[in-house]
Ligand binder design. Sequence first.
Ligand SMILES: Cc1ncc(COP(=O)(O)O)c(C=O)c1O
Length: 422
Amino acid sequence: MGKCDWKEPPNNWSHRTRAAHVGYDPFLSMGAVRPPIFSVSTFSVENAAKLENMFRRAYGFDAPLEPDEEWPVYTRVSNPNFIMLCDRLQCLEQGAENVRAVYFPSGLSAIFTTVLATCQPDDTLIFGYPVYGGTDHQFRHLIPEKLGINVVPVDATDLNELERTIKTHASKLKILFIETPANPSLAMIDLQAVADLTHQLSDAAVVVDNTFMSPILQHPFSFGADIIVYSGTKSLGGHSDLIAGFVVDRDPQRAQKIHSTRVTTGPTPSAFDAWLLFRSFDTLEIRVLQAQANARKVAKFLEDHPAVEHVIYPDLFKKNSREWKIFQRQCEGPGSMITFDPKGGKKEAYAILDNLQIFGLAVSLGGVESLAESPWFHTHLDVSDEDKRKSNFRPQTLRLSIGLEDADDLCSDLDQALKKII
Ligand SMILES: Cc1ncc(COP(=O)(O)O)c(C=O)c1O
């Protein structure tokens, strides 16, 4: 750990250097090269006026704190491990200045709190399908039924349909939510076109779930997004040992509102999980790039396999197709998620899942270990069959998260499982 400015790194620092240095000043902890875990509920403040000031900020009465004014008062509000983590994530995002990150105990909590902080009953939220099954459940059920917010699903790959929908709801539109590449179809949504349309026609915030790509492979702020959300459980955490979420907002005032909504509704992550995540950020780029290198080999292997009907992976998009052009413009790599249809139906898909030896039969993604699951019957079970078909997946579709094992071993494992169905 050097003597750098640990809050504001030089502009020429790469992702890898930022992810390993920013956020922690060893000289605030007696020179300890790694940060301690602040397993603490409450914090002392030098005088009563400063404590009042902290509460004014926490409740959103005053302007957000400048990063070097941050001082925790109570762990539901903040904690040193949360502050370090948010400083580190903020400096990984590109395409906007002064962005603010807010840490959540899960990705779904980050999404729900963003909606709660941004919308009133009777407002409209438009989302581009498909999205992660839990997000879909929030949008189609919980948020309209419990909060009275009008939620409108749209095929955001169809910009004409999107434009018509935004025009219809423009006056009350508060959020335009998209996931790209989408879970599980890897549908590519043109972020710049969606942001331009939304901003021309309404005052809504464009919220992008960037979980699949991570801040290493896609920078939604560079294409006009207003808010980025993450399931930190995935490649940010990277070891399948915690649940976490983040909101990163280009508007510090709105970030403060989202933060104070988290504070007052209560979901609070643990200092230990924040410490684990901070440690994971050190290796984020190297993990993401190695998993991607493995996924490239596995996708090619699947494409050539006689038991496989169709593989979706950005490297394999048809050259000059709509999605290929978006992928080239928007992403810095294809990532480590592969969706494929084996020949046959549910029976064959389940035979593959049940015979895999190295791949874990488990949901989630972005971890060290490779995982396989059925979007139709597992993660997206709650989505209607009609919506699943509209989102381009079928009962036999399988989703793979490629990890850090040897790519040849992963191909051999898939080969022996696929051979069970031919
Ligand atoms: C793309 C995406 N967004 C959000 C979530 C929800 O995150 P969490 O499980 O951390 O609540 C998930 C979970 O799988 C996901 O895949």
